[in-house]
Design a protein around this ligand. Structure first.
Ligand SMILES: Nc1ncnc2c1ncn2[C@@H]1O[C@H](COP(=O)(O)OP(=O)(O)O)[C@@H](O)[C@H]1O
Ligand SMILES: CC(=O)OP(=O)(O)O
Ligand SMILES: [Mg+2]
Length: 370
């Protein structure tokens, strides 16, 4: 089965045609993509493909009900669109991808694959916010977790590379958005993102977790409205907020090398949070066997991996300096563990596309979730 994969992220759109062996036989990447207003290129790409047997869409939020790969039929598209408030940066882009491809390939079955689905069996202790019970019941407030397609692939690859199905893996997806997952025996047992993709690590343009009291203070005392606050936390915070410039870690690191004070501070804040939370994920599953880095930053930025690992020796993490320095995303999935370290560390190329194709095939074969 040839599967066209549509991966709409917050900062990019990635289209891939995968053959039955998961080889990428056609690709289009749009670095900057606004979503609904800009679908001609997707349509042209999809229309120009010789053979598409099925389409798989990455959809960031599935809410409480869409918990596995789902054929886009009936009201499914509208149910996905109805979750826009919970992922305003992402959900409209996912829906735009569904609409654009349906326009040019109306007879090809499409399957929605959700970032949230991998985390659907998180233990209650990990999903529950300590909020009034009445609110939780009325609005279904809970932590969902995201980047599940990437975490599922990264953790599976770590299991294969370790040759252990029961491994405890901390998966670090570090892209424009970023999150960690604690994965034990292939199942997500904790993760950093919550009700929305705003909780957790410092990201390119997102704040990650901040004190809720600080947000209340801003609303009450700084004259900010809810809309302004939302706009500031999402596209104007994170690395971009810290440097007052680009949220691209490549640029930040150039500033670090040039000794620019804001860039050094931003890098330190990013790494401090990352390191602390890796240890937290390990604690959520009584230790770890493998640490995996994936996503644009995880794959291509040796200094981030080195700086995060530098504080984790107490857990048994240690990187081989040369192997880590050489792992810049071109050499496939590689190990970067220092000789003798108790925890194995891998760099795994993010393959949300192959995870989606796998789920599409499973859903269309009728054997449920992949
Ligand atoms: N070739 C590269 N070299 C260094 N850093 C990279 C490279 N590609 C991507 N990155 C980093 O990864 C970030 C984007 O991650 P990516 O996973 O591609 O984005 P998205 O979350 O939109 O899928 C960029 O901000 C950049 O810092
Ligand atoms: C969920 C999320 O943050 O996705 P992305 O990294 O693509 O923005
Ligand atoms: Mg991404």
């Amino acid at each position: 089965m040839h599967v066209l994969v549509v991966n709409a992220g917050s900062s990019s759109l990635k289209l891939r045609l995968l053959d039955p062996a998961d080889e990428v036989v056609a690709a289009l990447d749009l670095g900057q993509w606004s979503g609904p207003d800009e679908t001609e290129e997707i349509e042209r790409f999809a229309a120009g493909l010789d053979r598409v047997d099925a389409v798989g869409h990455r959809i960031v939020h599935g809410g409480a009900e869409l918990t596995g790969p789902t054929v886009v039929a009936g009201d499914v598209r509208d149910r996905i669109a109805a979750l826009t408030e919970l992922a305003p940066l992402h959900q409209p882009r996912g829906v735009a991808g569904i609409d654009a491809v349906a326009e040019v390939l109306p007879d090809v079955p499409a399957v929605a694959c959700f970032d949230t689905a991998f985390h659907r069996e998180l233990p209650a202790a990990a999903t529950t916010y300590a909020l009034p019970r009445e609110w939780v019941r009325r609005w279904g407030l809970r932590r969902f977790g995201f980047h599940g397609l990437s975490h599922a692939h990264a953790a599976r690859r770590a299991g294969e590379l370790l040759d252990r199905a029961d491994a405890r893996v901390v998966s670090c997806h570090l892209g424009a958005g970023a999150s960690l997952a604690a994965v034990r025996a292939g199942r997500s047992v904790d993760t950093m993102m919550g009700f929305t993709p705003l909780e957790g690590l410092v990201m390119a343009t997102r704040s990650g977790s901040v004190d809720p009291g600080l947000l209340l203070w801003l609303l009450r005392h700084a004259g900010l409205g809810v809309e302004q606050l939302g706009d500031a936390l999402e596209p104007e915070s994170g690395l971009a907020g810290l440097t007052g410039g680009s949220g691209d870690l490549r640029e930040v690191y150039r500033g670090v090398e040039a000794g620019e004070r804001d860039a050094v501070a931003a890098f330190d804040v990013y790494v401090h949070r990352l390191r602390r939370e890796i240890a937290g994920m390990a604690a959520a599953m009584d230790g770890l066997d493998a640490l995996v880095f994936t996503g644009g930053i995880g794959e291509h930025q040796p200094p981030v991996r080195a700086a995060a690992a530098a504080g984790l020796g107490f857990l048994g993490v240690a990187l081989d300096e040369d192997a880590n320095g050489a792992a810049t995303g071109d050499g496939g999935d590689v190990e970067v563990t220092a000789p003798g370290a108790a925890v194995r560390t891998f760099v795994v190329l993010a393959r949300e596309d192959s995870e989606i194709a796998r789920q599409v095939r499973a859903a269309l074969r009728g054997d449920g979730a992949a």
